[in-house]
Design a protein around this ligand. Sequence first.
Ligand code: NDP
Ligand code: GDR
Length: 327
Amino acid sequence: MPTALVTGITGQDGAYLAQLLLDRGYKVVGLLRRSASADVIGARLRWLGILDHVELVDGNLTDLSSLIRVIETHRPDEVYNLAAQSFVAASWQQPLLTGAVTGIGAVNILEALRIARPEARFYQASSSEMFGLIQERVQTERTPFYPRSPYGVAKLYAHWMTVNYRESFGLHASSGILFNHESPLRGIEFVTRKITDGVARIKLGLARELPLGNLDAQRDWGHARDYVRAMWLMLQEKKPDDYVVATGRTVRIREFCDLAFGHAGLHAEEHVRVSQSLIRPAEVDVLQGDASKARAALGWSPETSLEDMVAEMVEADLVRHRARLAA
Ligand code: NDP
Ligand code: GDR
């Protein structure tokens, strides 16, 4: 039975990836950072019904010794580095923490592998945020980077360090340049989930309006369940490499609003309010990815349409709020 170590297992992607790995017969070990709120940790794994099937071990991406200890103890065959301070807006408020976790943290785990388990295969969660101020209308693996946030800069450092460790030390280290991907397990602060949660609350009479920032930003949104499959496929390849993972379709935030409100029989323009406080110091205006390489080399393609994903997210938030009201 192969063993996989997943950092960030309590996040959106960590939960879906753990489910995929369990389905494929892996022993799944997840890195868990110590928290005083132990009762809410694992909510996503619980939602998927797999909390009791993964082994959670103490560690922190900023603590190299904890990473070495976990790797020496569990001797993983595959390591997926999904842990990060992943909220772009927060990265202007906490640029140093973002650098320490999202940037240096990735190098800590690369170092731990180099020291304790160089034969393991490694996946780095790189991001379309690295394209930032886009240098080409449609972004591929060859598009130059131009990050626009401390988060994007930190991810770019981690990305190049992954490439560097592959080239310098021969690690089987791959980097997935994933475009935005969402699901009912998306954190509530990200715009898609904020919208679907807002729709559910308005529909059930718990709120009347939804404050949002820049409605004209465009994103290439896919479903997290589809995207974690691409991560796994990358590590099954004989040779490590970098891949863009995207749908190729880009949509404005206001169109996402129309879809989500429309699904609940509501009109977005009657409820959405633009709040200047939610406008970012520097914006990534538009992202659109070309995943041709992943399609050709990995046989990967997205299976969930944007419309189906929005419907799934709104329905899940309606169920959540109805359950709270009934309790
Ligand atoms: P989440 O924010 O949902 O999850 C982040 C995870 O990182 C959580 O499990 C969190 O733990 C953990 N974490 C944070 N800090 C530390 C630390 N110091 N030590 C150990 N663990 C830590 O992110 P997603 O699941 O959405 O994304 C997964 C990865 O993919 C991230 O690296 C993200 O930057 C990247 N990415 C995401 C995209 C997306 O659209 N979702 C697109 C491209 C890249 P806790 O639960 O304790 O907070
Ligand atoms: P992003 O996702 O920054 O692309 O990073 P987010 O959902 O936060 O923002 C997307 C776009 O929506 C605009 N926006 C708002 N965003 C939030 N969060 N809240 C609002 O109220 C709001 N109103 C408008 C933003 O300005 C932005 O243009 C995500 C994260 O998952 C990263 O970790 C990942 O690397 C990238 O996607 C790819």
